[in-house]
Design a protein around this ligand. Structure first.
Ligand code: CA
Ligand code: CA
Length: 258
């Protein structure tokens, strides 16, 4: 009986340690760092398909016309690691939220904005502001102008990004508040070792209406509008601490046996 109680005490102690504290790290506006955020957009419209928007205050999604789609890229390059204010690789991600303030909307109806994980790397978000892409900068026609192409006419699902684990949000016309996507599955995959090539934000297919949506970018003049990535993860105790606690628990067990 006493042995059983001792074992229960030990298990309870270990469980309380293993299910330890949840830690929140906030990157971006008001956070511990800017998370190494690099963002940009691309546009399929004839004449703008080689433009780079890396320095623009907005990144965009949706369609203005049936031949003018806008897509956005948001790459948080410095969020994982063993240093302070970073998420340790291998962590269990309880929740991750991508938060972006809507700068403006066109059209009159609701529009869906999806967030997916990139599977190819954009090596230069660029420093253009509605200007022709320079060598290596991302644009609609090129992942890296003008040497590395996208999988097709712009980024392609299954080649340049994956819809697996993606998140969707309905944004009504006229919204000017913060849009929040639950990107837990994507961030968990990165924590588990999938390369972090960032997010792509993309609307649904053209559906006969203007769905252009602008979000404030990293370059927003008001720092309060800069994007945010919040990551809640489980803090894993140090192995040494675990061993000491286990030994302590055994000590309780042995004393109780006597
Ligand atoms: Ca940018
Ligand atoms: Ca440049």
């Amino acid at each position: 009986m006493k042995k059983t109680i001792g074992l229960l005490v030990l298990i309870a102690m270990l469980t309380s340690v293993v299910s330890a504290a949840e830690v929140l790290i906030r990157f971006g506006e008001g956070g511990v760092s800017d998370g190494g955020l690099l963002d940009s957009a691309a546009r399929s419209e004839n004449g703008r398909e080689n433009y780079n928007y890396g320095a623009s205050q907005a990144i965009n999604t949706g369609w203005e016309t049936s031949t003018d789609e806008l897509i956005a890229f948001s790459h948080w390059t410095n969020i994982f690691g063993s240093g302070a204010n970073l998420v340790p690789l291998g962590s269990t991600i309880n929740k991750a939220e991508l938060m972006m303030v809507v700068k403006g909307t066109s059209g009159t109806g609701d529009r869906t904005v999806n967030v997916y994980a990139m599977t190819t790397q954009i090596t230069d978000m660029g420093d253009g502001d509605s200007r022709g892409a320079e060598s290596g900068e991302v644009c609609w026609n090129w992942r890296a102008y003008d040497t590395v192409a996208w999988g097709g006419d712009g980024p392609v699902a299954g080649t340049d990004y994956t819809i697996t684990g993606g998140a969707s949000l309905t944004i009504p016309a006229g919204m000017t508040t913060t849009a929040t996507w639950d990107v837990t599955d994507i961030v968990q995959a990165w924590s588990d070792g999938t390369a972090n090539y960032g997010f792509i934000l993309r609307g649904d297919a053209w559906n006969d209406s203007d769905t252009r949506t602008d979000f404030w970018s990293y370059e927003a003049e008001d720092s309060g509008n800069v994007p945010v990535l919040k990551i809640y993860y489980e803090q894993i105790p140090e192995p040494a601490t675990m061993s000491l606690l286990a030994l302590g628990g055994l000590g309780v067990l042995i004393r109780r046996k006597r």
